[in-house]
Design a protein around this ligand. Structure first.
Ligand code: AMP
Length: 185
């Protein structure tokens, strides 16, 4: 299956994507993880991304899209994938469609993780990531609302909502149920 996960920062997408990746036997591709790994290793890509990630801004599409294209071209992604954190705006969604249609592929589902704002701030402030200061959290939420959330409407035919408040296990089960309910076309 080719799946995109959408949800505000702190919705638990990463945790769920890793679990769904095992259940569905498809690679978990997290753009945030790839950026963080490159920043840790001080690669050129990492150096380019650092100031945007630190500020809670989106890394420029040019950089991000190239990175995702390279990742999707890897052999392990040919049978399906879980994209966590991409696309994050309309331009990225178009690029993804282009890449997939060139390969005669398309997305099967967009999982939308829903959590209310108060719960999100509570979760994020206890996570301890370097871009989890209150100011950047607030900024990342704004970026999500203005850039990413409109994608849900764009994907309305394949979007399925998942209540992302509950235990990790419960949420995985809900996501699996939501995917099973999603018709094939
Ligand atoms: P995440 O781990 O998904 O919360 O991403 C952490 C940070 O990585 C974001 O705040 C952005 O700075 C950057 N990032 C991740 N995915 C993207 C993307 N699709 N487009 C632009 N920037 C991204």
């Amino acid at each position: 299956m080719r799946i995109v996960l959408v949800g505000p920062p702190g919705a638990g997408k990463g945790t769920q994507a890793a679990r769904l990746s095992e259940r569905l036997d498809a690679p978990h591709i997290s753009t945030g993880d790839i950026f963080r790994e490159n920043m840790k290793n001080e690669t050129d890509l990492g150096k380019e991304a650092q100031r945007y990630v630190d500020a809670g801004d989106l890394v420029p599409d040019e950089v991000t899209v190239k990175m995702v294209k390279d990742r999707l071209a890897q052999p392990d992604a040919q049978g399906g994938f879980l994209l966590d954190g991409f696309p994050r705006n309309a331009a990225q969604a178009r690029e993804l469609e282009d890449v997939l249609s060139e390969l005669n592929q398309r997305l099967d589902a967009v999982l939308v993780f829903e959590v209310d704002d108060e719960e999100l701030v509570k979760r994020l402030t206890s996570r301890g990531r370097s871009d989890d200061t209150e100011e950047t959290i607030r900024h990342r939420q704004q970026v999500y609302r203005s850039e990413t959330e409109p994608l849900i409407e764009h994907y309305r035919d394949i979007a399925v909502r998942v209540d992302a408040v509950g235990s990790v296990e419960e949420i995985t089960d809900r996501a699996m149920d939501a995917l099973a309910d999603e018709p094939d076309d």
